[in-house]
Design a protein around this ligand. Structure first.
Ligand SMILES: NC(=O)c1ccc[n+]([C@@H]2O[C@H](COP(=O)([O-])OP(=O)(O)OC[C@H]3O[C@@H](n4cnc5c(N)ncnc54)[C@H](O)[C@@H]3O)[C@@H](O)[C@H]2O)c1
Length: 333
């Protein structure tokens, strides 16, 4: 049995779906603060090899709730997605970020210790690197986050090192770059009430009459002046999680891996690809640069390739296609 925290959210539900396809029985633990019960119900009703044995509406901030969940089943491993992840919100209100992300994860690790669960795959982030000294960014790049969100995730990486050394809880920390895309059959996809990500916001602008998409800055030192990011497609991201579990199952030590493609695409390139995919013109306006947006973020993914035996395969276009199909099926009027 596998526990998925945050399994009602964007990435957690995609991982849950894959586990079910692979024949795993799983329990989802989520407080539905940003996740959606509709997704859980949809996944529950699919006829797949594995089953959602239980959905526990619980909050990681409450130690008793997570302890009670871990006492009910014998879990072999945990995938831990539950967190708050809006950078601007974290800057305005760091208190709730530290409480939710840090305290929540500390409770989870303490409960794992109590119930002898010793493997965790954790959603870390490229935001732990902050403004890069060089690109592509490898795992040895200094970690100096520039916002509270990144700080909480970096602190959790330290916490996981300490719990690994002292209590033998082994972690695979996956530092995602920019995640895009949805399940190819639209069973789950991106659904954030406050959407801050580029691709869904471009697609949403097409569904709102007269809406213009904002580009923040076109004078960066990049190929066309707009920011360059490394877009990793959901299918590839999920493959890496499955490989990370295999790695831990095979006795792999606590470690951390960048998940990205080593390719960079500018905002204008993403818009152009979205135009190809949708067959529609995307109207945009250039706005002022935002504080704290590095010009280029690209992952060096050699470590994940070598140690996890993982290889990203999907293109930006495929990622946008799956996101568009999901968006059309669920949100277009
Ligand atoms: N989406 C990205 O591009 C991206 C990039 C880097 C890292 N990440 C990380 O990946 C993880 C998943 O991101 P997402 O985009 O799927 O977010 P999401 O908001 O869609 O999902 C998070 C889920 O966790 C649940 N949750 C939050 N706090 C909880 C708590 N205290 N107790 C129980 N459940 C709780 C929410 O209800 C939600 O279902 C997060 O940890 C995020 O920091 C995401």
């Amino acid at each position: 049995m596998i526990l998925v925290t945050g399994g009602a959210g964007y990435i957690g539900s995609n991982l849950a779906l894959r586990l079910l396809e692979l024949g795993h029985n799983i329990v989802i633990f989520d407080n539905l603060s940003t996740g959606h019960i509709e997704i859980i119900n949809k996944l529950k009703n699919l006829d797949l090899k594995g089953k959602i044995v239980d959905f526990i509406k619980g909050d990681l901030k409450n130690l008793q709730e997570i302890e009670s969940a871990l006492s009910k089943y014998k879990f072999e491993a945990i995938f831990h997605f539950a967190a708050f992840s809006i950078v601007s919100e974290s800057a305005k209100n760091p208190s709730i970020y530290w409480e939710n992300n840090f305290l929540g994860t500390k409770n989870l690790l303490d409960a794992m210790k109590k119930f002898n669960i010793n493997k965790i795959v954790f959603s870390s982030t490229a935001a732990t690197y902050g403004e890069p000294n060089y690109v592509p960014i490898d795992e040895n790049h200094p970690q100096r986050p520039i916002n509270a969100y990144g700080n909480t995730k970096l602190a959790l990486e330290f916490l996981m090192d300490d719990y690994s050394k002292a209590y033998g809880i082994r972690s695979a920390r996956l530092r995602y770059f920019n995640v895009i895309g949805a399940d190819k059959f639209q069973r789950t996809g991106e659904w954030h009430e406050t959407e801050t990500h580029l691709v869904p916001n471009i697609l949403k602008s097409l569904n709102t009459k007269g809406k213009t998409f904002n580009i923040f800055g076109n004078t960066y030192n990049t190929k066309d002046g707009t920011c360059v990011r490394d877009y990793i497609v959901m299918d590839d991201l999920i493959n890496a999680h499955i490989k990370a579990l295999e790695y831990l199952n095979n006795g792999g030590k606590t470690d951390f891996f960048n998940l990205g493609t080593k390719e960079g695409n500018s905002v204008l390139e993403v818009i152009q690809t979205a135009e190809e995919v949708t067959g529609q013109k995307i109207s945009y306006e250039i706005k002022e640069k935002r504080e704290g947006d590095p010009a280029i973020l690209i992952a060096d993914n050699k470590k994940a390739k070598e140690i996890l035996n993982w290889q990203p395969e999907k293109t930006l276009k495929e990622g946008i296609e799956s996101a568009y199909n999901w968006e059309k099926a669920n949100f277009y009027k």
